[in-house]
Design a binder for this molecule. Structure first.
Ligand SMILES: Cc1cc2nc3c(=O)[nH]c(=O)nc-3n(C[C@H](O)[C@H](O)[C@H](O)COP(=O)(O)OP(=O)(O)OC[C@H]3O[C@@H](n4cnc5c(N)ncnc54)[C@H](O)[C@@H]3O)c2cc1C
Length: 476
């Protein structure tokens, strides 16, 4: 039995990992040079509670179950996850009924611990919130994570359990005969397959089309952000949502897993074909900042270190497309708009164990090991642990990224685990993610990549393809 997963975002990575629990050949194909560089790379990184979702929908049940699973999956895969809770705040009496609606919805969806709180309680817990707040909905189960880190960790664990990983290998065609998927064609070869999982994010409609399945066009909705450096300190201790609109959950203020603060996202619908339009705009960033300022007025904008945008894969009816399709052997986890990151662990478990296992008569193998250990981060070790590590390997004593205190040993470890590009190192170690945004460490990381991979510095890329960083020698 040979099963190919298309798409190495959070959804495909977790599905691939679940599949490696079974006795089958599992392959994962990702068109980019690394895992987690699609929608998974640029979002709010919030593990939602589930009170925003309409009761009775798949989105609601996958969201609440996914939230519950985050604790155990993050522990098994050694990925950071913090259940910091969230407030939805109302700024006028007119907005208070919306909080009650979210509360009722949350109760119906099984969201634990929801509380409607008065102004004083909210401001005591979050003193930097705007004094115009009139009430808040508190949801303690909301968390924050590192989305790409979880995707990379799932794939590392899946590879340890037998996954055959193909990065920089986009799927270009599927052969279907007698209403059954038979073969997959990529830019590098052809593969006989018994089953395929379409987890291609924004491009899932194109993959479905290759299988002859007409499904709604997946169109992008851009969300723009500004990121404040961790020097901002503990301005808020939980995720802050405004009262939502019909279009989105609104512009948030989100503590990031490594101590920064994220402001955004906006919500702008783009033409269906604009699936790579991740550029930021002056208006979008302005809107993200002003929306956040309405929640937390004292934002020090001199601490903005980065602006970026992500594209939500929107379906017309706003629902996920999860399950078996009309073509035998063609399974889908598509249209994974927000809260797709939260839902992903539950979607992966449902699709693999409840749909695919019986449809394909999959048999569990005994050897599956769910545990993966992350790269040791010297900054997070105790003094004694760091000393012991540096004594065993002095490269852990050489700091490469000053902003995030990432050492040479960590960069080398990232490369040995599969990083082939500057972004590959950055997303595995956070080197280049700090205040200088790589200004002081990019050259050093590039030279370490060249040394470890035995390549010329000129051939090292930012993110694969033709994104070389060096153009030639200054002095011959
Ligand atoms: C602005 C914004 C904010 C969000 N905030 C949150 C949030 O706070 N919480 C939450 O739960 N959700 C949030 N989401 C939603 C969440 O980010 C997505 O649901 C999730 O990341 C989707 O993951 P995915 O694996 O389906 O897609 P992707 O991460 O895009 O993965 C699909 C992969 O398929 C690859 N691919 C495409 N075509 C091919 C091909 N032909 N061959 C091989 N590979 C291919 C792509 O390169 C990509 O890596 C947000 C989304 C956005 C944009």
């Amino acid at each position: 039995m040979r099963i190919a997963v298309i798409g190495g975002g959070i959804v495909g990575s977790l599905i691939a990992r679940e599949l490696t629990r079974y006795d089958a050949d599992i392959l994962l194909f990702e068109k980019e040079a690394d895992i987690g560089w699609g929608v998974t790379k640029a979002n709010s990184a919030v593990v939602h509670g589930g009170f925003h979702e309409t009761p009775g929908t798949d989105r609601a049940s996958f969201c609440v179950e996914g939230n519950r699973l985050y604790e155990s999956i993050s522990r098994e895969l050694d990925v950071p996850f913090k259940r910091i809770g969230a407030y939805v705040v109302a700024f006028s009496d007119d907005e208070v009924p919306a909080l009650h609606l979210l509360y009722e919805q949350g109760l119906e969806n099984g969201v634990p611990g929801l509380e409607l709180q008065d102004r004083e309680t909210v401001l005591t817990r979050e003193p930097h919130l705007s004094p115009s707040v009139v009430a808040g909905l508190w949801s303690p189960s909301v968390g924050i994570t590192e989305p790409w880190g979880l995707a990379i960790a799932s794939v590392e664990n899946a590879v340890a359990n037998g996954l055959d990983l193909h990065v920089a290998e986009g799927v270009t065609g599927l052969d279907v005969a007698d209403s059954r998927v038979k073969r997959m064609i990529t830019g590098k070869g052809e593969y006989e397959v018994d089953a395929v999982v379409n987890a291609a994010g924004l491009f899932a409609d194109r993959i479905a089309e290759m299988a002859g399945i007409a499904q709604p066009i997946i169109s992008p909705r851009r969300g723009e952000y500004a990121l404040l450096d961790k020097k901002v300190g503990p301005l808020v201790s939980s995720v802050i949502f405004p009262t939502p609109s019909d279009i989105s959950k609104g512009t948030l203020v989100v503590p990031t897993i490594d101590g920064g603060i994220l402001l955004g996202p906006t919500a702008k619908d783009l033409p269906a074909g604009d699936k790579t339009a991740t550029e930021t705009t002056r208006d979008g960033v302005h809107e993200a900042i002003e929306g956040a300022r309405r929640l937390v007025p004292d934002l020090d904008l001199s601490l903005v270190v980065k602006t970026f945008a992500g594209l939500r894969p929107e379906t017309p009816d706003k629902q996920f497309i999860v399950g078996q399709s009309d073509v035998d052997g063609f399974f889908q986890a598509a249209g994974m708009r927000s809260p797709g990151l939260t839902a992903a662990p539950a979607v992966a478990q449902y699709l693999v164990h409840e749909v695919m296992a019986s449809a394909l008569n999959l048999v569990k193998k005994r050897s599956f090991d769910p545990v993966r250990h992350g790269i040791r981060k010297v900054i997070e070790l105790s003094g004694e642990e760091a000393d012991a590590l540096i004594e065993a390997d002095p490269s852990y004593g050489s700091v490469i990224c000053q902003c995030n205190h990432v050492t040479e040993g960590e960069v080398v470890e990232a490369i040995h685990r599969g990083a082939r590009t500057l972004d590959g190192v950055k997303f595995r170690t956070r080197a280049g993610f700090g205040r200088c945004q790589g200004g002081f460490c990019t050259d050093k990381i590039l030279m370490i990549l060249a040394r470890e991979l035995n390549l010329s510095p000129g051939s090292i890329t930012l993110r694969g393809g033709e994104s070389e960083v060096l153009s030639g020698k200054v002095r011959l």
